[in-house]
Design a protein around this ligand. Sequence first.
Ligand SMILES: Cc1cc2nc3c(=O)[nH]c(=O)nc-3n(C[C@H](O)[C@H](O)[C@H](O)COP(=O)(O)OP(=O)(O)OC[C@H]3O[C@@H](n4cnc5c(N)ncnc54)[C@H](O)[C@@H]3O)c2cc1C
Length: 334
Amino acid sequence: MSETQLDLFIIGAGPAGLSAADVAAREGLSYLVIEKGLIADTVYHYPVGLTVFSTVNELEMREGTLKPCREKPTREELLSHYVHFALERDLRINTEEEVVQIKGNETEGFLIETTRANYVARRVLFAIGAMSRPRRLGVPGEDLSKVHYRFVEPFPYVRKDAMIIGGGNSAAEAALFLAEHGARASLVIWRADWENRDPKKGAIKHWVREPLEREIALGHLEVIFCAAVEEITEREVVIRREDGETIRLPNDVVFILIGSEADFTLLRQLGVEIMPAGLTSIPVYDPETFETNVGGIYVVGHFTHARHIKEAIAVPRRIVPLIAKELRGEKQIV
Ligand SMILES: Cc1cc2nc3c(=O)[nH]c(=O)nc-3n(C[C@H](O)[C@H](O)[C@H](O)COP(=O)(O)OP(=O)(O)OC[C@H]3O[C@@H](n4cnc5c(N)ncnc54)[C@H](O)[C@@H]3O)c2cc1C
């Protein structure tokens, strides 16, 4: 296989990767984005019709270019915005191609192997997000076909018993969509998560909680406080309640929505250190340059401390010009 030579190799075409590609193009770097899914694949996998929680100015790639019908954009409006940004700027992105291995160093260059080709790059920027590995409960029955780790839409579950397990916004939103669309929905949640009202600690957003409480009052949704989920069977889920009693609840479908983790395999292979950060882990990197402990390897976006889309877009605008400057042999000023 022939090898394409690049200044900057970007992994992931989410908001962070798109922003990095845009700056790389403007800096005159030879760059390429490799994306294993589609452009803005994480947004593509949001529930159909979802209204996102951020405001327009936090999400748009250029001021005044994202124009939703209502105050905040839907999944479809946001996805269209990112796709059109890539098209209008003719960004170099290969979709449905996955990076599988990276070797080398910043002096001799990095050799990148994907599912389709090999590339050589002087610098590599990881914009891989944190959705690759959905968290699992680790209980028997989790691999049954009725168990899902993503919620797409409520329509297949009208008049069915649908159980949602999880304490965050994604679980609450799925429960709301299902309850509003005729499923017999039950939300299995740890009491501390239900009672959490602190937005800084991941509390369910108030504009989700309020309609959720209306659905509970209407009898469309049951909230079940649990100590543990013990087992999932073809027809039931076995739950240990707070008082220690075990109950068996019938259901047709189960959504386990308890968050997800980044896949650090490639970073670990390169020698990048990964450290614990709250419930999750993040790579070790310089907070100014976002370069990791391995020279020439950079990280941006959802698997760093700068998690939200606003920062995923903003950070590449700061660091890609620094990378360009360094590659041009100018002194890096931070
Ligand atoms: C339902 C839902 C609603 C949300 N709403 C909001 C909101 O309102 N506001 C907000 O700020 N955030 C929101 N988020 C979080 C937001 O989606 C992320 O913060 C954002 O996507 C981060 O952008 P990113 O570019 O860092 O990562 P991502 O958008 O996740 O992009 C990473 C990309 O890398 C690709 N990739 C990974 N590994 C490889 C590989 N080995 N080879 C090739 N490609 C690879 C992935 O396929 C993916 O497309 C929401 C999340 C969910 C699930």
